[in-house]
Design a protein around this ligand. Structure first.
Ligand code: UD1
Length: 347
């Protein structure tokens, strides 16, 4: 049985992946400092995995949790010395673009220094397979969508994006010069609600991303949504993004893992877009939500955010061909699952 390490496993976000990997008979180790999550999510993962084919006992044996921080090499040493790890799935630390502008050093330390520590310990323990959560934000804002993997990257507009760009480049060097085998998965805009309604995104503070904010307004916890700009060159003037469902995202990770395992070439370095081809505007997101909740969603138009671009969506051609997985879930399903999660949480 192969052993995987899931880093910066920040609770709700990556739980879906953990369940799927357990179902595929992997030994799964979760590593996180719990700064942005709650240990109870480990129990939810166990519950979902045990209710499938696995059974409670096997889930208990196959899932381990280590509380630790990538900035502390000794925490990593502990995990690597107590386990033989085949592949690391290196998830993202905090994903708030705005926050990264206010606290750039935190982002550099957590993401860049954290990745350096991780890869150093990996090399020491001869574990060289890594799948990294990169982002659409690495693309040069001057480029026009749909973005392919060949689209120009760089000129990032915020520290979050810069860390992703830097890490991709560090991993490329390690693939070339230190025999690492790397897949950078460039996510477009993930929506984090599982169809079970048991795990999803509902931050305690005011959300940064669009859909969690919309959900808080729909649930009556916030009074109205601010739409950041309606004068972009898009279908209705509001920002267009490529929203992906976390269940598809989890499948893509599994496929990437299989690709790493089946591809025996010494040198492996791939950048892969994870998206749908489809862009959805903020106003369309509002309309879809209104249809699902059966009520109107209060909103007002305000100024643009300084770092936003008009439109970001991609060609997922490479993911379809290399990873054999095409997004199955629509943005409407993602909104529906988010709403279901919020309602279950409240009841
Ligand atoms: C950015 C990154 C994405 C990353 C994500 C993580 C780009 C192109 N994308 O997504 O790769 O995964 O951050 O946070 O850099 N909006 C509103 N009102 C709100 C919130 C958002 O109108 O209250 C609008 C934004 O202006 C944007 C869209 O909704 O047009 C999506 O915004 P958001 O959810 O914050 O994600 P991005 O910034 O696109």
């Amino acid at each position: 049985m192969k052993t995987l390490l899931l880093t910066w496993w920040t609770g709700y976000i990556w739980s879906h992946n953990a369940v799927l990997l357990l179902e595929q008979w992997y030994q799964v180790i979760l590593f996180d400092n719990l700064s942005n999550s709650d240990k109870s999510t480990v129990e939810n993962i166990k519950e979902i995995a045990a209710s499938s084919l696995l059974g409670k006992e096997r889930v208990e044996r196959s899932l381990k949790f280590y509380e630790g921080d990538l900035r502390n090499t000794s925490d990593l040493e502990k995990v690597f010395s107590e386990n033989t790890i085949d592949t690391v799935i290196h998830f993202a630390w905090a994903k708030a673009v705005g926050e990264s502008c206010e606290k750039p050093f935190e982002y550099y330390e957590n993401n860049v220094v954290g990745t350096l520590n991780l890869t150093k310990v990996m090399e020491k323990h001869n574990c060289k397979n890594i799948i990294f959560s990169s982002s659409a934000t690495v693309y040069d804002p001057s480029q026009t969508p749909p973005f392919s993997e060949e689209t120009k990257t760089g000129n990032t507009t915020n520290p979050y994006g810069t860390t992703k760009f830097l890490i991709e480049n560090i991993l490329r060097d390690l693939a070339t010069h230190a025999d690492f085998r790397v897949i950078n998965l460039r996510y477009f805009n993930p929506v984090w609600a599982h169809e079970s309604g048991l795990i999803g995104e509902d931050p305690n503070d005011i959300p940064n991303n669009l859909l969690p904010f919309i959900m808080k307004v729909a649930a009556g916890e916030l009074t109205e949504l601010s739409v950041f700009g309606n004068d972009y060159d898009t279908v209705d003037g509001t920002g267009v993004r490529d929203y992906i469902h976390v269940v598809d995202l989890a499948q893509w990770h599994l496929s990437a893992l299989k690709h790493l395992e089946s591809n025996t070439t010494h040198l492996l370095y791939e950048n892969i877009n994870l998206g749908t081809w489809a862009g959805t505007s903020v106003m369309e997101m509002i309309t879809f939500t209104e249809e699902i909740i059966g009520a109107s969603l209060p909103h007002k138009i305000v100024a643009r955010r300084p770092w936003d671009i008009a439109s970001a969506y991609c060609s997922p051609d490479k993911a379809e061909k290399l990873l054999w997985w095409k997004a199955e879930k629509s943005v409407k399903q993602a909104i529906d699952d988010s709403w279901n999660f919020i309602q279950q949480k409240k009841s």
